[in-house]
Write a protein that binds this ligand. Structure first.
Ligand code: NAD
Length: 418
């Protein structure tokens, strides 16, 4: 399997061949603006010290300060961080947010650390990268393995180092520290608004059967929103396993089981719920498959078994290019990550705006603005797909590239004819 960064770049290059795009933008996008790889050392609770690999990649700032989450996961590496950063560049452009793309990460299993060790790790991360971070330069946010608590520690450390309170330097903070209402479920809600808006075009209706891979922030909120709207969530999975009930799972009970015992399979055996191997989830009989776990979960080996007609990528990069080809041949509709999960960064943008204006928007306002943004950009992506007879993924990248090249042209730094 090709490295993730190579795959991400390849998708941009392929999209560039479908439109007339200035070569300068491609030339810029081949290499990140800056990637920093460091050792992050903290003191553990029992007194020893431990070192971790840590990264921050600011990929491109053509359209504004760089923006991207920080991931704490034991599989994080520099290749993944750069891939996710270039995808963020495309995502912010596709959504018309005034940001470039970035990403950060620490190679650590956060579950193996105590809360006090996690706090030291979060503060240590900020101490190392603080010079590159700021509301007009680079704005971090949470991602897999980090939370609003992590952002609160980082924001607090940032403020202590720079000697003033700068809430707009970090998004995804607790509401009490200037976080936006509606940030917690924004990723899922953005995907949900998109599905609602395009339901007729996608052939989805109330009662449609859904399987959700990954039951963390994105997956849990999606399950709640879809179940409340009359969809039948028949299967969900997490890293420990999957559960299935063809009659539809009781999502309230699954959420409680996940909260109490840490994994969804703890509810298996009751009320017609059966446990199935986690990797069987994608081949469950359903209309909509929501991918909300990690990268490369759908690959050459399992893409052919997918029965769902519609696949929503709430995770970043969950489908490999080989699997993409198989699914495209089978006429499956894939709603691509840079559009489907952009609700998260969109509400992060709302948080940044509120912090800079010293305002607080109520939840209705956040939801209304998110809905408008998702619908506007989904319509634009669908129009490119229709006009150019290309997949939604290619259309989303075309949409992003057109915006990036327009910004480059406007700066007057593109190549001149004479
Ligand atoms: P999370 O850590 O809260 O949840 C990830 C979930 O995936 C967990 O339930 C985990 O158990 C599950 N998982 C891991 N391996 C699995 C496997 N093999 N099979 C099934 N499930 C597995 O993370 P999250 O914030 O929900 O993010 C999930 C994805 O969505 C990531 O790709 C992330 O980059 C993307 N995303 C998240 C946000 C956000 O705001 N949270 C925004 C944009 C994109």
């Amino acid at each position: 399997m090709a490295a993730l960064f190579k795959i991400a770049l390849e998708r941009i290059i392929q999209a560039s061949q479908l439109i007339k795009v200035d070569g300068s933008i491609l030339e810029r996008l081949q290499i990140p603006l800056e990637t920093t790889e460091v050792r992050l050392t903290i003191r553990m609770d029992e007194g020893s010290i431990r070192s971790f690999w840590a990264w921050r990649c600011r990929y491109d700032n053509t359209r504004g300060p760089t923006k991207g989450g920080i991931r704490f996961h034991n599989q994080v590496n520099g290749d993944e961080v750069q891939a996710l950063a270039v995808m963020m560049t495309a995502k912010c452009a596709a959504m018309d947010l005034p940001f470039g793309g970035a990403k950060g990460g620490v190679k650590v299993d956060p579950r193996s650390l105590s809360n006090r060790e996690l706090e030291r790790l979060a503060r240590g991360y900020m101490q190392i990268f603080v010079r590159g971070i700021g509301p007009d330069r680079d704005i971090p946010a949470p991602d897999v393995g980090t939370s609003e608590m992590t952002m609160a520690w980082m924001s607090d450390e940032y403020n202590a180092i720079v000697g003033k309170v700068v809430p707009a330097a970090i998004t995804g903070k607790p509401v009490a520290l200037g976080g936006s209402l509606g940030r917690d479920d924004a990723t899922a809600r953005g995907g949900y608004y998109l599905l609602q808006h395009k339901a007729a075009a996608l052939g989805l209706s109330c009662g449609a059967k859904v399987a959700i891979q990954g039951f963390g922030n994105a997956g849990q909120h999606m399950a709640k929103l879809l179940a409340a709207d009359g969809y039948k969530v028949v299967a969900v999975s997490d890293s420990k396993g999957a559960i299935h009930d063809p009659a539809g799972l009781d999502i309230t009970k699954v959420l409680q089981a996940k909260k109490d015992y840490g994994h969804v399979t703890s509810i298996a055996g009751s009320d017609g719920v059966s446990e199935i191997p986690a990797d069987e989830l994608v081949s469950i009989d359903c209309d909509l498959l929501v991918l909300a776990a990690l990268e490369n979960m759908v690959h050459e080996g399992n893409a052919g078994s997918i029965k769902a007609k519609i696949i929503l990528e709430l995770a970043n990069g969950p489908i490999t290019p080989e699997a993409d080809e198989i699914l495209n041949r089978k006429k499956r509709v894939i709603i691509p990550d840079i559009l489907a999960n952009a609700g998260g960064v969109t509400v992060s943008y709302f948080e940044w705006v509120q912090n800079r204006r010293a305002e607080r928007w109520d939840l209705e306002e956040v939801h209304a603005r998110l809905k408008t943004t998702m619908e506007r950009e989904a319509d634009a992506v669908w129009a490119h797909a229709r006009d150019k007879e290309i997949t939604l993924r290619s259309a989303a990248y075309v949409h992003a590239l057109l915006r990036l090249s327009e910004a480059l042209r406007a700066r007057g730094t593109a190549k001149f004819k004479r």
